[in-house]
Design a protein around this ligand. Sequence first.
Ligand SMILES: Nc1nc2c(c(=O)[nH]1)N[C@H]1C(S)=C(S)[C@@H](COP(=O)(O)O)O[C@H]1N2
Ligand SMILES: [Mo]
Length: 152
Amino acid sequence: MVCYALSAAAQTSDAIKVGGALSKPYLLTMADFQKMPRVKVSRKDRDSTDFQYSGVLLSTILAKGGATLGKDLRRENLTKYVIVEAIDGYQVVFSLAELDSDFSDEKIILADTIDNEPLLSTDGPFRIIVEHDKRPARCIKQVTSIKIEFAK
Ligand SMILES: Nc1nc2c(c(=O)[nH]1)N[C@H]1C(S)=C(S)[C@@H](COP(=O)(O)O)O[C@H]1N2
Ligand SMILES: [Mo]
């Protein structure tokens, strides 16, 4: 009997599609991710326990794909939003401007570690961590895709 297995990537989303309104859409692998500049963020979970996460700013990941950030984030580009999707179909949205350090000091990262350990397999390999959202509902787990769209 022949047994067909899903590829590891399909099961665990260890590569993320970064696409939509980008000049250079790409597939983000764990190997690429490990080479990017890292940031630490602490935030509370649902039970108000503090954890320290580390990963890469979502803006850094979008900039690698040629996103209109910094001086290019004006006029119609201010109607762009970022839709992040997970294995279970859960989706959350950020405006492009709220991710841009010219607009906000809020740290929104794609994390791969919690308290210096890899994320649990139920949360990772990649999870968005939003530093100051009062509820962790946009801290989307098991991310598979990050896409920029126009609101109009
Ligand atoms: N993929 C995915 N991520 C998700 C959710 C979900 O249903 N699917 N729920 C969100 C909500 S509503 C909350 S409150 C937090 C819960 O995170 P915790 O289990 O670490 O407390 O995860 C968020 N991330
Ligand atoms: Mo929630």
